[in-house]
Design a protein around this ligand. Structure first.
Ligand code: PLP
Length: 375
């Protein structure tokens, strides 16, 4: 039995040792950050130190960071709570943005996976009141990085607010909220080596947002509920580690390119989605011609390689990806796409193992279809 090779870091990434230590330390302290006694003050200190570290990762002011119960909650808070009229959401957003407001208007993307800026401009020109635009920094399935600066420029021309889901971009590429220009930026701890169930929404100074959880004054009255001190402390430690590790992104991109070259060597018809656009260094969305993602996933799993379907997996059934559909990829082809996402603890031999297994799955399925043709 070989060791597991984990290549599903966009789903969740390995906890950083410093994050584990911070969670452990916080869990060992009995204290509610709202209490005025010594233990309460210690818990408060942990939260505020973490706020500084998370803010530093994205060049924000710590006062603008609101801790949430994850990226999903941060997206819901922005989309439901922003004080604006209609919502315009890109067609490739994560479901937590797409489904937060049922009446949102979808903004199309081009076949490259990049947002259609002229469509956005036209939609906003026709909008009547001050609206909110939501476009992610980097897509979780393809890794395509969106031109948020251009989105903000168009939005500003129409006096619209901008929300940017930076859950997949944060900690993988340099993010500076001031340079990005967005009014609201979502982050999630477990995508950068922190624990699951904690995230943040950065709200630009001077902007207000309607709280979605009521019943307490925590997080400047924008998110009621006793703070998840351990989760937040882990998030802070992960933010520091991810920031120190940003230099590794070149090595990760090299591994990704090596992976693509290895697969192309085995089949020139394997397709990489979003390949013409700027992409995250760690993400590849890849088809294996004629082999469904479900079959691939099972075969990879048997070989000890963890990857995920490029398509949405709901109630155990793989469905065509809304992201690939928005890029004009037909349903059948998109069902053969898988997502490989590298992380801070992957090494080149992990990629070699992936390519080896990819080759053996492809060879077996090609042999089977040749036999079927002969038969
Ligand atoms: N946004 C994006 C782009 C994501 O990839 C994810 C998780 O996969 C989320 C939001 C949700 O984050 P969380 O898992 O912290 O709720």
């Amino acid at each position: 039995m070989t060791d597991t090779v984990y290549l599903d870091h966009n789903a969740t990434t390995t906890l950083r040792p410093s994050a584990l230590a911070a969670v452990d330390e916080a869990l060992s302290l009995t204290g509610n950050a709202s209490s005025v006694h010594r233990n309460g003050r210690l818990a408060r200190r942990m939260i505020e130190d973490a706020r500084d570290s998370v803010a530093a990762l994205v060049g924000a002011d710590a006062n603008d960071v609101i801790f949430t119960g994850g990226g999903t909650e941060a997206n819901n808070l922005a989309l439901k709570g922003a004080i604006a009229g209609r919502r315009y959401v890109s067609a490739i957003e994560h479901p937590s943005s797409l489904q937060a407001v049922a009446t949102a208007t979808l903004v199309p993307v081009a076949t490259s996976g990049l947002i259609d800026l002229s469509a956005l401009d036209n939609l906003l020109a026709a909008a009547e009141d001050k609206v909110l635009v939501s476009v992610m920094l980097a897509n979780n399935e393809t890794g395509v990085i969106q031109p948020i600066g251009d989105v903000v420029e168009i939005a500003r021309a129409h006096e619209a607010l901008v929300h940017c889901d930076a859950v997949q971009g944060g900690g993988k590429i340099p993010v500076d909220v001031a340079a990005l220009g967005a009014d609201f930026v979502s982050l999630s701890a477990h995508k950068i080596g922190g624990p699951q169930g904690v995230g943040a929404l950065v709200v630009k100074a001077g902007l207000d947002i309607d709280a979605q959880l009521l019943g307490g004054g925590q997080e400047r009255r924008k998110r009621a509920g006793t703070e998840n001190v351990a989760g937040i402390a882990g998030f802070g430690a992960a933010a520091l580690a991810a920031q120190a590790d940003l230099d590794r992104s070149r090595q990760i991109a090299q591994m990704r390119d090596h992976l693509i070259a290895g697969v192309r060597n085995l089949s020139s018809s394997a397709r990489v989605y979003g390949e013409t656009a700027p992409r995250l260094p760690n993400t590849v969305c890849l088809s294996m011609p004629g082999v469904s993602a479900e079959i691939q996933l099972m075969a990879f799993d048997l070989a000890g390689v963890c990857v995920s379907a490029g398509s949405a997996c709901s109630s155990g059934k793989v469905e065509p990806s809304h992201v690939l559909a928005a890029m004009g990829i037909d349903g059948e082809e998109s069902l053969s796409a898988i997502r490989i996402s590298l992380g801070w603890d992957n090494v080149p031999s992990d990629v070699e193992r992936f390519v080896e297994v990819w080759g053996s799955i492809y060879a077996k399925s090609s042999a089977r279809s040749n036999r079927a043709m002969v038969g």
